[in-house]
Design a protein around this ligand. Structure first.
Ligand SMILES: C[S@@+](CC[C@H](N)C(=O)[O-])C[C@H]1O[C@@H](n2cnc3c(N)ncnc32)[C@H](O)[C@@H]1O
Length: 487
């Protein structure tokens, strides 16, 4: 199948036969546990009880290969609730190479649909800040969806061309998971099986280099930048790293990946070109290594200012000065709204009988006419490119508020008032757009928004008109949940 296109890599692939054999097999699913929401032992038991057979990878025990699946793991309630993320095994390596720590400030320059941003947040134990950026609005919607599904409250989403990502924050770590020809996806994408055309191979490296330059400029001195792609082409991999090392004139050093990670060494020569010998420290992952896709990973350390950095360094005031509320931090950091938080806590208690402890450690942000977001961030950068922060709890609804379904899934399970526990058939009817009579004894105290709960978990928002109940879940989420209940 794909092998004619990939013939050009025959001399650099460590086991050509195994590579070909892997490309010809279907790719098994892999899932990564989200410890922010799930206990790995409990999750594994629940999935195995339903006939899944799971094998953890020894280099990453929270990543499980799905050896047997009675049905796709995406059709489980656990997936819908955000207990895990379906991530290719090879795609889990860049964040392990970046190794973000709790409390750090980390940038994911090309983040959608969020596999690696959610992994960073989870590795950081939900402490610190992840800035997840992408320029593509459709892909941003998928990113926001995944961040909310996985219950991540420490992320700021931005919409910017990564090559011009604004200054003002000096990041501890930056991931540049660049757009690429995606040949590593050949097992699951017909387009990737066609391989990179000559045109793509000429066009992409310029974008990749520009993104890596910007990522390095935005890192603090001593910070770590990981460059990754999911393609085999050395033109988009080692050649990019080699050029940037050359341009950086000693300000950037290539480092070995943390010990224990899979893959083989980077190539030091390609089609008559020789790269710096240290490029060998890069890592190549081929489909046969993990029975997965392909990946390239390079870990760089910024030792000092890079030649293309703006004067003053990454934390400096961006051109045009600080934004509204700007101060010496340059970017115009916006502080959380303490008064608004008080109002939200009081409203949540009054509406759903929820204790203040449910919202401990969260700060409130509002956006004119759009609603209220809760984030575990006492202040956030004031960039104009900001798209969302944390998790939206309520939308503005006339003069009042409507709770969001993601907000209720996150914080509403312990509701004691205006909550309805539903059996499968009643929930299914609601999700099909029908109205149902609430079960007798449900603590419904007034007409209005209610928490819908299933098997002890809040699954979203409903409306009680005094007699009948209807679903107020967004269509997409309702459709997903309907497919899960149909099993
Ligand atoms: C390989 S995908 C990222 C996958 C993502 N990191 C994940 O793990 O889910 C590459 C992303 O780069 C984005 N992209 C394309 N051009 C870009 C640019 N100029 N700046 C930043 N990101 C860009 C694409 O929209 C795409 O979402």
């Amino acid at each position: 199948m794909a092998t004619a296109v990939f013939e050009r890599y025959r001399t650099i692939i460590d086991d050509w036969e195994a590579f070909q054999a892997a490309l010809a097999r279907p790719q098994p699913a892999t899932l990564r546990v989200n410890r922010l929401k799930a206990d790995p032992g409990a999750l594994r038991t629940r999935l195995e009880e339903r006939g899944f057979r799971l094998e953890p990878y020894d280099w990453y025990p929270d990543l499980w290969r799905v050896v047997e699946e009675p049905f796709p793991p995406a059709l489980t309630l656990e997936h819908w609730l955000g207990w895990f993320y379906l991530q290719e095994a090879a795609a889990a390596v860049p964040v392990l190479a970046l190794d973000p720590r709790p409390g750090e400030v980390v940038l994911d320059l090309s983040a959608a649909p969020g596999g690696k941003s959610t992994q960073m947040a989870e590795r950081m134990g939900g402490r610190g800040m992840v800035v997840a950026n992408d320029p593509d609005p459709r892909r941003l919607a998928a990113l926001a969806h995944n961040l909310q599904r996985l219950g991540i409250t420490m992320a700021v989403v931005t919409r910017a061309d990564g090559r011009q990502f604004p200054g003002g924050v000096a990041f501890d770590r930056v991931l540049v998971d660049a757009p690429c020809s995606a040949e590593g996806n050949a097992r699951r994408s017909a387009r990737a099986r066609e391989g990179a055309g000559r045109h793509q191979r000429r066009r992409l490296p310029a974008v990749q280099e520009a993104l890596l330059r910007r990522g390095l400029a935005l890192a603090r001195p001593g910070g770590v930048v990981v460059y990754s792609t999911c393609t085999f082409a050395p033109e988009e991999n080692e050649a990019v790293v080699d050029r940037i090392l050359r341009e950086a004139e000693g300000a950037v050093r290539l480092e070995p990946l943390p010990p224990g990670l899979p893959g083989t060494a980077g190539v030091t020569a390609w089609e008559g070109r020789r790269f710096r010998p240290e490029v060998e420290l890069c890592r190549r992952l081929y489909p046969h290594h993990l029975d997965s896709g392909g990946m390239f990973v390079a870990r760089l350390r910024k030792e000092g200012p890079v030649p293309w950095e703006e004067p003053g360094g990454p934390g400096a005031v961006p051109p045009g000065g600080a934004g509204p509320g700007g101060g010496p931090d340059g970017v115009g950091w916006q502080a959380a709204d303490a008064g608004l938080r008080e109002q939200v806590v009081a409203w949540f208690r009054q509406e759903f009988g929820l204790d203040e402890a449910v919202l401990a450690g969260l700060y409130a942000y509002s956006s004119e006419g759009q609603g209220i977001w809760l984030a575990s961030l006492p202040r956030i950068p004031g960039w104009e490119e900001r798209w969302s922060v944390g998790l939206r709890l309520v939308r503005a609804h006339g003069a009042t508020w409507k709770p969001t379904s993601f907000g209720l899934v996150q914080w509403g399970s312990a509701a004691t008032r205006n909550v309805v526990d539903l059996e499968k058939e009643a929930l299914r009817a609601l999700l099909e757009g029908r109205q149902v009579t609430p079960p007798p004894g449900a603590p419904l105290e007034r007409r209005g928004w209610v928490v819908l709960r299933y098997r002890g978990y809040a699954v979203g928002c409903g409306f009680w008109d005094g007699e009948r109940l209807r679903s107020a879940l967004p269509q997409e989420r309702a459709g997903e949940l309907r497919s899960i209940l149909a099993r």
